[in-house]
Design a protein around this ligand. Structure first.
Ligand code: FES
Ligand code: FES
Length: 203
């Protein structure tokens, strides 16, 4: 009995915290209907699928997902952007790296509903039409990939580095990819490619 009471208290407390923090509903881009049980306070959406709008690679997309869906799952599933990889699914490898308003994040570690009005850039949004981003071109030129599973995430982090550090040192490139795990061991080639991309951008 004591156990049951404690569990209820916990669930009540969790619901209040989520509503107070606006995790679901307020501040998000959810456009689906609020729960029928909700009478006041911030709108609560879910647990069933609801409509959400996201701005991805410059395009506003509407998708129907459960609020528990991670950004990585939303990108790869309903949005069909499978360039973003899910490897560990727990924030340990950075394979799922995308940009949120130009800042790198692990897309497996946040809910799609948390994105709100921020702009998402994935590996599919890096090239300009037929023209690869300099980092993408340099990765090919320098054989900076083998199986390629870590590569989209690596490219997103290296490209982000060049946005704010156009002329990085080796140490700065190493720091930028320090959260990325590559089991094929491409790290030296990734560093060489990023330094070459920096030069190409200047030229
Ligand atoms: S898949 Fe996201 S950090 Fe590994
Ligand atoms: S190229 Fe295979 S995991 Fe990095």
């Amino acid at each position: 009995m004591q156990h049951e009471l404690s569990r209820r208290s916990f669930l009540r407390g969790s619901a209040a915290s989520a509503a107070g923090a606006g995790v679901i509903g307020a501040g998000s881009a959810f456009v689906g209907p609020a729960s029928a049980a909700q009478t006041d306070g911030p709108p609560v959406v879910g647990p069933v699928a609801a409509l959400l709008t996201l701005r991805v690679n410059g395009v506003t997309r509407t998708l129907q997902i459960e609020p528990r869906t991670t950004l990585a799952e939303a990108l790869r599933g309903p949005l069909g952007l499978t360039g973003t990889k899910i490897a560990c699914d727990r924030g340990a490898c950075s394979a799922c790296t995308v940009w949120l308003d130009g800042v790198t994040v692990c897309a497996c570690m946040m809910l799609a509903v948390e994105v709100g009005a921020r702009s998402v850039t994935t590996i599919e949004g890096l090239a300009k039409g037929e023209h690869l981003h300099p980092v993408q071109a340099a990765f090919i030129e320098h054989d900076a990939l083998q199986c390629g599973f870590c590569t989209p995430g690596m490219v997103m982090s290296c490209a982000a580095l060049l946005e704010h550090t156009p002329n990085p040192s080796v140490d700065e490139v190493n720091a930028a990819i320090s959260g990325h795990l590559c089991r094929c061991g491409t790290y030296p080639h990734v560093v060489a490619a990023t330094l070459a991309a920096a030069k190409a951008r200047k030229a």
